[in-house]
Ligand binder design. Structure first.
Ligand code: 5AD
Ligand code: SF4
Length: 433
């Protein structure tokens, strides 16, 4: 049996796609290995969202080169966004890539492998589809606590900094009945939590069903105790979804709401289609409907032409909203994007570095403050396993915060109540009740 080694980079959508790729290959009789040296096929499922992601893969390809020298029959492939973004350039690399397949090409992989294995010729498939949702491939998964589940693919928003509309193509939603079927399979396997994935989940629409309908249908599946989703876009957050979150016990009170920037002029250049004031209004509105909501965000610093004063608006929004956590990034120009064609990447590196440091510092302060509010509170925690310290266990509360408690031998996938007595920026610590 030929063995495949797959390494995944980037977002959860890619993690899910790797499961799809594995399922497709498994059906063709391929096996899998965790050790590159044992593999006859090596795939890197890649990400393009920032330059660092590209660098990581180039380095990895260079490091894997010695395996190719040892075994001339070894097939190396690049999958995912970087494949789509760099296209045939990758085949020309000295590192010996044989297959380049974009995110809509995975059903072609068996054919591509057969060609490369049979003829030694390189192959690529980079056509993006308006329809492919892989709804007929239910990934085979090992058991676990949380399962990722893609409910839509692609993105039509064209934020000017973002490569996703070019690497993952047009937005398309999966049939909710098909999604619910997959949720049932996951529940049968013992999964307790599902996270519904899409680049822009609140534009999910399939015939008469919107995203709130989909969540409601998924929540009805017995055995699934928690439903999360990521990510919505601030431009069109539906009321219906907020009320569902407030009322339905299974829907976790946690929203990842990407801000990107706090200044309205910069937001306009980013094509985010909301202003600073509109974002603040939305955050406030969410908090009045879904009490105790945990809010996280994404922030980009140093977008082209962003001044220090404009950057202060980002800090100002952070101070007003007090996110529970944030992912912060320095702007990184991406090939094909509108920003790369229209704007000069003109904020100096030192300035980007200074802005990101200040953003991270402020966020750490807010994360700690938000966590301190939880002192004395009791949370229902879904147990995920052992903590780094082996006499402790860990899980997550409804708001997706890591909660650590003494090792009481609680089963993975069970729930325990934990009363919080100590907090840090990233963790809540307490005792079981
Ligand atoms: N530069 C920096 N950060 C980016 N992101 C997306 N594109 C870029 C870019 N060109 C960030 C955004 C997005 C997250 C997934 O990655 O904040 O929400
Ligand atoms: Fe990229 Fe914007 Fe789409 Fe998110 S919503 S994937 S940032 S284009």
């Amino acid at each position: 049996m030929k063995k495949v080694f797959i390494e995944t980079y980037g977002c959860q959508m890619n993690e899910y796609d790797t499961e799809i790729v594995k399922t497709i290959l498994q059906k063709q009789g391929y096996g899998f290995t965790d050790v590159p040296d044992d593999a006859q096929v090596i795939f890197l499922n890649t990400c393009s969202v920032r330059e660092n992601a590209h660098k990581k893969v180039h380095n990895r390809l260079a490091a894997l080169k010695h395996l190719k020298r040892k075994n001339n029959d070894l097939v190396m492939g690049v999958l995912g966004c970087m494949a789509q973004n760099l296209r045939k350039e990758l085949l020309d690399e000295k590192v010996g890539v044989d297959i380049v397949a974009g995110p809509d090409a995975y059903k072609k992989l068996p054919e591509m492998l057969a060609k490369v294995e049979g003829t030694g010729e390189k192959d690529f498939y980079l056509t993006l589809s308006e329809f492919e949702t892989y709804s007929d491939v239910f990934p085979t998964r090992e058991g676990g606590v949380n399962a990722w589940l893609a409910v839509m693919r692609g993105c039509d928003n064209f934020c000017t900094f973002c490569v996703v509309p070019y690497t993952r193509g047009r937005e398309r939603s999966r049939d909710p009945l098909n999604i619910v079927e997959e949720v049932k399979k996951l529940a049968d396997k013992g999964f307790k939590q599902i996270t519904l994935l899409g680049q822009n989940v609140n534009s999910y629409q399939y015939e008469k069903y919107d995203f709130a309908d989909l969540i409601e249908m998924s929540a009805k599946v017995d055995g699934i105790e928690r439903i999360r989703f990521t990510s919505p876009h601030p431009k069109d957050f539906p009321e219906k979804l907020l009320y569902l979150m407030a009322e339905n016990e299974k829907v976790c009170k946690q929203i990842h709401l990407p801000l990107q920037a706090g200044n309205s002029r910069v937001l306009d250049m980013m094509n985010r289609t909301y202003t600073k004031e509109e974002f603040l209004k939305l955050a406030g509105h969410i908090r009045t409907i879904v009490l105790d909501i945990a809010l996280s965000t994404d922030i980009i610093v140093g977008f082209p032409t962003e001044t220090e004063e404009e950057f202060q608006d980002t800090l100002d929004v952070m101070k007003q909203v007090k996110f529970d956590s944030a992912f912060t990034f320095k702007y990184s120009e991406r090939k094909q994007t509108i920003a790369s064609r229209k704007f000069l990447d003109d904020v100096p590196e030192e300035e980007k570095a200074s802005r990101i440091t200040r953003t991270i510092e402020l966020q750490r302060k807010h994360s700690l403050e938000q966590n301190q509010k939880h002192l004395g509170e009791t949370f229902r925690v879904l147990v995920e396993g052992k903590s780094k310290k082996h006499d402790q266990q860990m899980g997550r509360n409804d708001g997706n915060k890591v909660v650590v408690f003494p090792n009481i031998g609680a089963e993975v996938g069970s729930f325990v109540d934990v009363k919080i007595n100590t907090v840090s920026t990233n963790t809540l610590i307490g005792n079981t009740e």
